[in-house]
Design a protein around this ligand. Structure first.
Ligand SMILES: *[C@@H]1O[C@H](CO)[C@@H](O)[C@H](O)[C@H]1NC(C)=O
Ligand SMILES: *[C@@H]1O[C@H](CO)[C@@H](O)[C@H](O)[C@H]1NC(C)=O
Ligand SMILES: *[C@@H]1O[C@H](CO)[C@@H](O)[C@H](O)[C@H]1NC(C)=O
Ligand SMILES: *[C@@H]1O[C@H](CO)[C@@H](O)[C@H](O)[C@H]1NC(C)=O
Length: 281
């Protein structure tokens, strides 16, 4: 009985000896509850006193007392989370197709294991006018892909997963970098998809050179071969950006991007109508 109560009790807010998936899972669930209810109280008591909140690359001061995180509720159609026990951080992305308020938001959530509280939320929040934004498209393509658990014997190390992501980001600056392209591989940029469901689908369709992709922040989950990288997208004016990579056998299999455009629409770029998804990112 006592044991059951312990398991049912919230983990967040309790000092923990080590980071656990339960702790990270509860943090993402509370964050999602805030987003769907529009009520910051679901998370507020579980934030450290000096918790940092970064939205589209800007640090928001004083947010814990003013509930800057949200002022309205979102009708979330899908959320997807990964858990990094080494860094005690999660990444969760959510998609809202609600025509009145469409969104695609990716958040890295860091938990301080010693207090068991959320110490940082760093996120990219996109809506109409952001890079190739189309929430219906994002939902449609994201649900076609398998981002499930990878059997233990086939898992890549954190270093291999991170190296695959870094190689991809590095070719924007240096075309000689060798990228472990998987085959097939598909890119979902905003709501635009490069894949056609063919075994020959490739992610090697070109990038805009030659730019640095600086300020990379990583969350890595080896159990699913996924790394989230938040960064500044050099080739489109250092736009605040989220890249999510699925790596299988050391090779890139899926890449999802969210890019915030301060200068809407589409960061000032014109995409020809009916054009294939970009060859620029
Ligand atoms: C917000 O959530 C808290 C629980 O954390 C609840 O007590 C409160 O009534 C909620 N407020 C509204 C306006 O729903
Ligand atoms: C928050 O406070 C803790 C404990 O005082 C400290 O270790 C940490 O560096 C602070 N974090 C920030 C972002 O200021
Ligand atoms: C958004 O994506 C959906 C699904 O792929 C597609 O049917 C629709 O035409 C797209 N909308 C725009 C404005 O491109
Ligand atoms: C570009 O990448 C290649 C292959 O990794 C490397 O040998 C070379 O030093 C890099 N060039 C620069 C300028 O970093």
């Amino acid at each position: 009985m006592l044991r059951q109560l312990t398991l049912l009790a919230p983990a967040l807010g309790l000092a923990a000896a080590a980071c656990t998936q339960a702790l990270l899972r509860e943090a993402t669930e509370r964050y999602l509850a805030v987003q769907s209810s529009g009520n910051a109280s679901w998370l507020q008591p579980f934030l450290t006193n000096n918790a940092t909140y970064i939205e589209n690359g800007k640090t928001i001061a004083g947010w814990t007392s003013t509930s800057t995180l949200t002022t309205f509720s979102l009708r979330i159609d899908r959320s997807h989370s990964i858990f990094d026990l080494t860094q005690c951080a999660a990444f969760t992305d959510l998609i809202v197709t609600d025509a009145a308020n469409p969104r695609a938001i990716g958040a890295q959530i860091t938990v301080d294991p010693s207090s068991g509280k959320v110490s940082k939320i760093d996120r990219i929040a996109t809506t109409t006018g952001d890079w190739l934004f189309n929430a219906t498209g994002t939902l449609y393509y994201a649900l076609r892909e398998d981002w499930g658990e990878i059997p233990l014997e086939k898992r890549d190390s954190r270093a291999v997963i991170k190296a695959a992501a870094d190689a991809y980001l590095d070719i924007f600056k240096n075309a000689s970098v060798v990228v472990p392209w998987g085959s097939p591989c598909a890119r979902l940029e905003g709501g635009a998809y490069t894949g056609r469901g063919l075994p020959t689908d490739t992610c090697n369709v070109g990038v805009i050179q030659s730019y640095d992709m600086p300020n990379r922040r990583y969350v890595i989950d080896e159990t699913v071969g996924v790394v989230s990288v938040l960064l500044e997208f050099g080739s489109i004016g250092n736009a605040p950006d989220s890249h999510l990579f699925r790596v299988e056998g050391g090779k890139l299999r899926f890449i999802h991007t969210l890019t915030y455009c301060e200068k809407k629409p589409n960061c000032g770029y014109t995409i020809p109508s009916g054009a294939q998804p970009p060859t620029r990112m």
